[in-house]
Design a protein around this ligand. Structure first.
Ligand code: SDX
Length: 464
């Protein structure tokens, strides 16, 4: 079967039926732009022919009003606080199934049958080890390296080892790469933590579940038996489910854009990890804990809420707000319940959680946050639970990346199988210099307009 016949056309639910008329009031010209309906959610205006017909681009920095693709994987309604994976509500998946089921669902579109589940779980378990020479990469990092720096480097280096799953045109190799990435991320992440401690790396144990294996790789030592707490394992599995996928977020869009150039899957996921690291995105869970530690006590909450509202202050209340949700993040609701369950069941008295609850209560009553529809997002509670489960703060985003890998690779696979996909190439609104002739260096006068690099040589050259 040739690649061409394998590229699946993701048909819009309804054929093109209506259109928008766009009129340029400057020239009086008009253009008919077809609209396309999906299965649920906003319809789209198909602007693929707009530039060819009109010579104009659309302008949407951050793509907040732009559908970059059609997808069947995840649906979000930010106003209603709805999140569906292949049609299933996130709270049902988090309560009723496990992370491996959700991985299968995101990759294949349906929840697995008992046989499919058994085969998938076994396949993932059998791909959890790392190539022994890849393990040597860790010794090249300083012990104090941020584990996300190690994740970016080691995941990208998988391309150097697993050549039999880098041909993106071969569906079998695509699936093997997907399984390898899902399976190896816990090992890679746990080794980054062990390396920071100077402790030996353990080998995965195939009889353990995905979350149990991650806990053991993270916290066990060779000198004694490690007893897995089922409450902790269940909570971790639920956290991974809640982080599995989230439509076209920054890191997933990064993976899709990198994949559109036909880069190999390991390089694409490494790019996604780099994007997720940012505190405005996946790095927020670590930033939430750092912020709560900085606030310290309840009496300082109002000071920080004031900073968050001060237009002159670039402080943001970490864990609040969302590019899409203008209602409660449904994941945060599940995470909040899990947070209380875990702390109660483990008997953990965490003053940080109490501070977080007070911060949440005050923020949700504050006019600024109410008016701007800023609610706690998934990151607000995840850091508190992860700390209660024993994870160090700088590992929080690593855990986010472990959960999100299946989402990244599902979107990467969907993109490659779609007949609509092509290399991503956004355009721009150019506001730079108009054409000008070259000036030889002897004729160039020093202008008072300081280049953005003048701080490098101490500001004004005349002061030398
Ligand atoms: C994730 O995209 C995804 O799906 C991401 C994610 C996923 O699963 O992949 O859900 C994971 O990244 C969750 C978000 C984690 N980030 C944080 O918690 C960092 C803090 N949040 C902010 O940085 C912010 O809310 C963003 C970046 C998440 C969204 O920024 P936007 O798009 O600017 O938010 P907005 O347009 O709704 O903001 C409206 C106003 C703005 O003020 P004005 O320009 O109108 O004056 O609210 C302000 C914002 O400046 N605002 C905040 C704020 N978030 C937005 N003010 C104070 N504190 C905040 N946290």
């Amino acid at each position: 079967m040739t690649e061409a016949t394998q590229r699946k056309r993701i048909e819009p639910v309804q054929a093109v039926r209506h259109s928008f008329t766009l009129t340029d009031n400057e020239t009086g010209e008009s253009w008919e732009l077809p609209t396309i309906h999906g299965s649920i959610g906003p319809k789209v205006i198909d602007i693929r022919k707009l530039y060819g017909q009109s010579g104009v681009f659309t302008y949407d920095p951050g793509f907040t009003s732009t559908a970059s693709c059609s997808s069947e994987i995840t649906y979000i309604d930010g106003d209603k606080g709805i999140l569906l994976h292949r049609g299933y509500p996130i709270d049902q998946l988090a309560e009723k199934t496990d992370f491996m089921d959700v991985c299968y669902l995101l990759l294949h579109g349906e929840l697995p049958s008992p046989e499919e589940k058994s085969d998938f779980d076994t396949n993932i378990s059998q791909h959890t080890m790392l190539h022994e020479q890849l393990v040597r990469f860790y010794s090249g990092f300083v012990r104090s390296a941020h584990p996300m720096a190690i994740m970016v480097g080691v995941v990208g280096a998988l391309s150097a080892f697993y050549h039999d799953s880098t041909n993106i045109k071969d569906p079998m190799q695509r699936m093997v790469a997907a399984h390898r990435l899902i399976a190896k991320m816990p090992t890679i992440g746990a080794y980054a933590f062990k390396y920071s401690l100077g402790q030996p790396f353990l080998y995965p144990e195939n009889q353990l579940s995905y979350s149990e294996n991650l806990l053991r790789l993270m916290f066990a030592v060779p000198t004694e038996d490690y007893e897995i707490n089922p409450i902790v394992a269940r909570a971790l599995d639920r956290i991974l489910i809640l982080h599995a996928d989230h439509e076209q977020n920054a890191s997933t869009s990064t993976v899709r854009l990198a994949g559109s150039s036909q880069a190999n899957p390991f390089a694409c996921v490494a790019a996604g990890i780099a994007s997720l690291w940012g505190p405005a995105h996946g790095g927020a869970n670590e930033a939430v804990l750092n912020m709560l530690d900085e606030i310290g006590t309840r009496d300082r909450i109002s000071k920080y809420l004031g900073k968050a509202q001060d237009p002159e202050d670039n402080f943001r209340l970490m864990g609040f707000g969302h590019r899409v949700y203008k209602n409660h993040d449904p994941r945060a609701k599940v995470m909040r319940v899990t947070c209380h369950e875990v702390l109660n069941e483990l008997g953990v008295q965490d003053p940080t959680l109490e501070l977080a609850m007070e911060l949440e209560r005050i923020a949700l009553e504050d006019d600024y946050f109410v008016e701007k529809k800023l609610y706690p997002n998934v990151d607000f509670y995840s850091g508190i639970i992860l700390r209660a489960l024993g994870f160090p703060t700088n590992m929080f985003t690593v855990l986010f990346s472990i959960g999100r890998t299946v989402g990244w690779i599902a979107h990467w696979k969907e993109m490659l199988e779609s007949s609509e996909s092509k290399i991503g190439r956004p355009r721009q609104l150019y506001v730079g210099n108009e054409p000008r002739d070259f000036t030889a260096v002897a004729q160039r006068e020093h202008t008072e307009k300081k280049s953005s690099w003048s701080w490098l040589w101490g500001g004004n050259r005349n002061s030398d």
